[in-house]
Design a protein around this ligand. Sequence first.
Ligand code: NAD
Ligand code: GLY
Length: 371
Amino acid sequence: MSLSPLSAAPCRLQVALGSRSYPIHIGPGLLGDPQWLAPHLAGRQVMVVTNETVAPRYLARLKAGLADDLEVHELVLPDGEATKTLESVERIWDALLEAGFNRRCTLIALGGGVIGDMVGFAAACYQRGVAFIQVPTTLLAQVDSSVGGKTGVNHPLGKNMIGAFWQPRAVLIDTDTLTTLPPRELSAGLAEVIKYGLIRDAAFLGWLETAMPALRALDAAALTQAIERSCAIKAEIVAADETEQGVRALLNLGHTFGHAIEAHQGYGAWLHGEAVGAGMLMAAELSARLGWLTPDDVTRVRASLEAAGLPQAAPRAMSAADFLARMRLDKKNVDSRLRLVLLRGLGDACVHDATPPETLEALLDDFPRQP
Ligand code: NAD
Ligand code: GLY
């Protein structure tokens, strides 16, 4: 399947963070065109970090967009969420040191959220911080993880528990890369797209309900529209609250439940977007139990997930106690108080720290499990 060509010029959004502001370029055919990377390189030394799945597809194309007078190195890591570890980040630092990289270097993350999160963290720590550019190649990374500067790795006891806020110099979204993305990964990315509608934009949610078949069929115009709206919402929220002291927490709708699923199942068994999708339905059901959403609202959330090809049930062998044990480690919690992102209405999210424990436990007991 291929994307139909778009005639429009690439869209340019901005993450407004004062002197650390950066552009998000969105469009087809951006990889390989020097005008998008060159302005954001800190010096002559460039390390492209990617993985063994993405490298054969896109590494050569990206390198074609880097000028001949640059000192370009590449590092190809293994693939998978299970490799999102400090050991992998150490491999990046080893490669930088072995190649004699100084502080005026640039790391380029070419791949999905796993590569982006690890490369960003490597850049945040290398010689106390060097430049990096995000070149996301999954829908999930294009609409979420490449924007906003959350970087890091997993710990066996919790997802994304080790990390840093470190903003990229630019985000380069070449929508053509989605043509090779497996359908399951596309669906995982759609979970985060649905999330933006649920937390911030009921009209966008309505548009998604109509556009979902086109999105799953890789319609270029529909995908570009979904990516642009998602990135615009994320950029606005990050600009307002870079380090998640307030409104940015809303971007974690479904994540407290979802991270528990990912960690319990073993990283990689459930895709991040799949776990977030099921988690958003759990959050919607809980919101309904608190009297905030109607049964019809919950039905719409479930239908959106189904249309996107996402699970609407939790893992079979995961008990309420399993959920609670993992959820107590969530980064949003304050003074061991569980803080959940819930919905006051569709398009209107809030952080809530006063859910009665018995209401939460009943939801965790009753929520459907996979057969
Ligand atoms: P991923 O990086 O594992 O990529 C998914 C799969 O697609 C991998 O096998 C990858 O090699 C492959 N792939 C990538 N691009 C491809 C392409 N164009 N064609 C074919 N295959 C391709 O997973 P992801 O869903 O991109 O990201 C999930 C990760 O992102 C999780 O670790 C999650 O915690 C993190 N995340 C971070 C943030 C943040 O703000 N930093 C936000 C959301 C998610
Ligand atoms: N994905 C959540 C955030 O960036 O804050």
